[in-house]
Design a protein around this ligand. Sequence first.
Ligand code: T5A
Length: 231
Amino acid sequence: MLQEAPTSKASRARFITFEGGEGVGKSTQVKRLLQNLQRHDIEAVRTREPGGTPKAEAIRSFILQGRSESWGPGAEAVLFAAARLDHVNQLIAPNLRNGTWVLSDRFHDSTRAYQGLTGGVDDKLIAGLESLALDGHAPDLTIILDMDPEAAFKRVAERAIEDGLALTGDRFEKEELEWHKKLRDGFLSIARDNPDRCVVISAAQSEDTLEAAIWEAVTQRFPELLRGSQA
Ligand code: T5A
């Protein structure tokens, strides 16, 4: 579980999710946003999907090892939803109730994009699973990091070479490039359909520049952060 020690209390907690394709820099930026919030004396935790709780992490291992692949995207959507239900009940909802901001590295838009828009799972099944798993806990803000998938793969490969690691890839990282281009379009269409919740930011910039762009988007959405008080 990635939950981290909270800092001070905030009276109104927000739920922020990070979405996008493989290797666009979500995990890096979730950590940086957590630090920026803590510098502003905001109590916050970071978490991830699939995962975030012991039960959801068990489902994560099962899926990412490829053990559910032969079941098809519909069954995988159900598994992601089961993990999400536990994550919401055990980690996200209690933290928000307690005044702690929650930053999640992926959430329900990943099921919409991967299993729905790219995997072809019926909209009604995706919507039903979403309503069950979220139980009213939709994100207040979703940051979609957008990047050409070829460039993102190159980035991950370069880092693996620098670190002397073999580039193995999980279940989804092994899909074809065309599949990843469709996935990128899927995230962009989710952003277009949800303009009040989603902000698309180009991930093809340095970690520092991207961090600044994300902070600007977050403070624009929640100006109380700069006023030093919570709405
Ligand atoms: N999934 C998930 C579904 O299919 N349905 C669902 O409902 C859910 C929730 C999860 C997989 O499960 C699928 C989607 C995924 O395939 P994961 O390991 O969490 O698997 O996969 P990713 O989310 O893609 O995680 P990655 O670690 O691969 O990518 P990130 O988090 O986007 O990228 P990050 O921050 O780890 O950075 C990647 C590399 O680039 C460098 C970093 O140092 C690192 O080496 N980097 C940069 N380099 C240059 N410039 C920058 N701005 C950089 N930012 C990071």
